[in-house]
Design a protein around this ligand. Structure first.
Ligand code: HEM
Ligand code: HEM
Length: 204
């Protein structure tokens, strides 16, 4: 089956290699899009607790370490999300002909807002730090210089960063709830679009 093509109604009329079509006939995201998606998800799960711990610790070496980790993971997310957006522009998302149009539009809006907030958070985080005159260490590997201290502008980015976290919680919660709904209620195999082939096709 590997290397052959499936031509199905669900692929939007086109032909895709068998490994790019899910068991229920939906077209999949390509492997790099999948890998970068799950990497972002894992890093998102790390960056938040690091922030919660960092802000709640009293001034200490550990607090500094937690902040360095929070900032470094956040900057890594920024790089990956930029790469994802560029990759996504070259490789549009696979069509989902099984979904009602309104649902597809809501999902697309959720996806673009996720990209937006995962750009806004690291950029505002870096600027709130940099505009207080601090340089930012990236995993103790190298340092990104800060700017001249500017309290007024720094405050704007600090507010953006602190308020922005609620958009992260809301968008990620909706995104996961949507996935669970597809998995449990619609049972349309949507999660598989973001997973590598599950049944051994393409492994031979
Ligand atoms: C996806 C990326 C990021 C997310 C989701 C995120 C999230 C958060 C959250 C939830 C807080 C706690 C806010 C509060 O309740 O006070 C926080 C604080 C903070 N973050 Fe981030 N962050 C990200 C990236 C960054 C980056 C890249 C930097 C710096 C290079 C940074 C610097 C800071 C600083 C300095 C604070 C403390 C702010 C304060 O207490 O005034 N963050 N971040
Ligand atoms: C455990 C957590 C997560 C699950 C279960 C999950 C699940 C999924 C699934 C199933 C899709 C494919 C949707 C479709 O076929 O139309 C998807 C797409 C997407 N996910 Fe997630 N996701 C998670 C976390 C995240 C996080 C943290 C982000 C943050 C950036 C994110 C951003 C996206 C984006 C932007 C897309 C659309 C990709 C595109 O069309 O360019 N996901 N996710």
């Amino acid at each position: 089956m590997a290397g052959s093509t499936l031509s199905t109604r669900q692929t939007g009329g086109g032909s895709l290699p068998a490994t790019y079509v899910t068991a229920s006939g939906l077209p999949r995201y390509n492997p790099l899009a999948q890998a970068l998606h799950w990497l972002t998800a894992a890093l998102a799960l790390a960056v938040l607790p690091l922030a919660w711990v960092a802000i709640s610790l009293p001034n200490s070496e550990l607090k500094g370490t937690m902040f360095t980790l929070h900032k470094s993971v956040g900057l890594t997310i920024l790089a990956i999300v930029v790469l994802r957006i560029v990759w996504r522009m070259i490789h549009p998302a696979p069509a989902d002909p099984a979904a009602p149009k309104a649902l597809e539009v809501i999902a697309r809006i959720n996806h673009w807002l996720l990209y937006a907030i995962f750009l806004i958070m690291p950029v505002s985080g870096y600027l709130l730090s940099a505009l207080s005159g601090r340089s930012t260490a990236y995993f103790w590997l190298f340092t990104i210089p800060g700017f001249e201290k500017n309290e007024a502008v720094q405050k704007v980015f600090a507010t953006m960063h602190v308020v922005g976290q609620y958009a992260v919680y809301l968008l990620v919660a909706l995104h996961i709830a949507g996935t669970v709904w597809h998995l449990v209620v619609r049972r349309d195999g949507l999660l598989e679009r973001m997973l590598p082939v599950q049944d051994g096709r393409g492994s031979r």
